[in-house]
Design a binder for this molecule. Structure first.
Ligand code: MEV
Length: 450
């Protein structure tokens, strides 16, 4: 291993895991021995399982642990699910669970898959007569489909494959710039590898087709492939989830009448539709739920997030992904969101916990998983807005925050019980909890708990 100074390194990836840990610990930490112990303490006790986890990435030293929880009582299209969620933010799972329970007695969540088409593009530069290329395109398209038959065979057997390929003239935006824009059905897989493999063949086929075509002049035979890659924007792979009930059936919220609640709730959603500042936080709340299920099933949360946010500004302004309508005494709350996720392929079955998550959900199809994720996103959004328009969000958040601070201070069960009682009426902050515990441990409890 080469070293120019003790903080930079060459040949790191070739070191054993133990040597990597040693190098990190010795060069970046005050207490190297403690760091070595800590990093190895998070290794999986089963070496074979750890090997699988190591293989997902590079330069793996250890595992980064997050809470794995469940939100039970989700009734989705009449079927009850206990939904796995991986998330570090306190109160997300509690909020999803309480919204699931609330709607379980009001008909549950209904979902509808609007479409499942995914997209990939070959971006290329070309100088020539576009009309000529348009005339040649049907032949080229045939060749693209023929040359990818070996890749698409299995997917076609499962009912998917390449749905279409279009030639797009983009020269009004960038000189000599064209696209092959392809659409795909990838069934139960997210399909990234499938789509990218097809696109790379498209690039080669396009180059070869043009290079030898007798109808093209010398200059027109030359194509520069800029890149071939799927698009994570999937506005045609969309699920709609909704809940609805008569306003009177909403019940009372912290003493608030159902009609007042419904009206405030609808306005809160409307504000997120018209104001991007609010829309961003509103949608963040939706993704609190969706990301947690995406992570628990080892799907690609970066893809899901980037797509969702692009979709949220599809008319030119960033807006709420959910809608609320009050009509004829009925309250309806819905979410429409693109979700390109899979239940086979990728890490979904390789990651031991993701596999368990899928088992917990009854090994759903990708469409069912889209429905579950959208329902959890809607539940999360409902729970957040319900708190916001009634008690405010801090009541629930601070309860969880208090427990985290108490944990950090290694509070005993007795101290925790008394602190929870004390802070029912007091403001939670790190210093107020610390002062409380310090006083408590000195045998000098703060007045309100005496
Ligand atoms: C916090 O993680 C999420 C919320 O801010 C969402 C919202 O404001 O709608 C509570």
């Amino acid at each position: 291993m080469g070293q120019s100074n003790n903080k930079s390194v060459s040949g790191f990836s070739k070191l054993s895991k133990e040597d990597k840990i040693r190098w990190i610990a010795d060069n970046f930490f005050k207490d190297p021995e403690l760091v070595k112990k800590e990093l190895t303490s998070f290794w999986h006790p089963n070496a074979d399982q750890q090997k699988i986890l190591d293989g997902f990435s590079e330069n793996t030293l250890s595992n980064f642990v997050l809470p794995y929880g469940v939100a039970p009582n989700f009734i989705i299209n009449g079927k009850t699910y206990c939904v796995p969620m991986v998330i570090e933010e306190s109160s997300v799972v509690a909020a999803a669970s309480s919204a699931a329970k609330f709607w379980s007695t009001r008909g549950g969540f209904k979902t509808e898959i609007l479409e499942t088409t995914k997209v990939g593009q070959v971006h290329f530069s070309w100088k020539g007569d576009i009309e000529k290329l348009r005339r040649l395109f049907p032949d080229l398209k045939g060749k693209l489909l023929e040359d990818t038959q070996h890749i698409t065979a299995n997917m076609r057997k499962r009912g998917g494959g390449i749905l279409d390929v279009e030639l797009l003239d983009m020269t009004h935006l960038e000189e000599d710039y064209y696209q092959l824009k392809a659409s795909f059905e990838t069934c139960d897989s997210m399909g990234a590898n499938f789509i990218n493999s097809n696109l790379e063949v498209f690039g080669k086929t396009l180059t070869a087709f043009m290079a030898s075509h007798p109808d093209l002049d010398i200059q027109e035979r030359e194509v520069t492939i800029i890149m071939a890659i799927l698009s994570n924007y999937t506005p045609d792979c969309v699920v709609r989830a909704s809940v609805s009930c008569r306003i009177d059936d909403l019940g009372y919220f912290e003493g608030m009448d159902a009609a007042v609640f419904a009206d405030k709730f609808r306005k809160a959603v409307r504000i997120a539709h018209i104001d991007p500042y609010r829309a961003t936080t509103h949608n963040k709340g939706i993704f609190n739920g969706i990301d947690a299920v995406v992570l628990a099933t080892a799907n690609d949360f970066r893809a899901v997030e980037s797509c969702g946010h692009t979709y949220a500004c599809r008319d030119g302004q960033y807006r709420s992904l959910s809608r609320c309508e009050i009509k004829d005494g009925k309250f309806e709350f819905s979410l429409e969101i693109p979700l390109a996720v899979g239940t086979v392929g990728g890490l979904t079955r390789l990651h031991p916990m993701a596999n368990r998550s899928l088992e917990l959900l009854g090994y759903p199809t990708a469409k069912k998983l889209m429905s579950i994720m959208a329902s959890v996103g809607l539940a999360q959004n409902f729970a957040a807005l319900k708190s916001l328009v009634t008690t405010g969000i801090q009541k629930g958040h601070m309860k969880m925050h208090l427990l985290n601070i108490l944990n950090h201070m290694e509070a005993t069960d007795e101290e925790t019980g008394d602190a929870v009682r004390h802070f029912e009426k007091e403001i939670v902050s790190f210093s107020s909890v610390r002062d409380f515990i310090v006083a408590y441990r000195k045998g000098n409890p703060i007045p309100s708990i005496k």
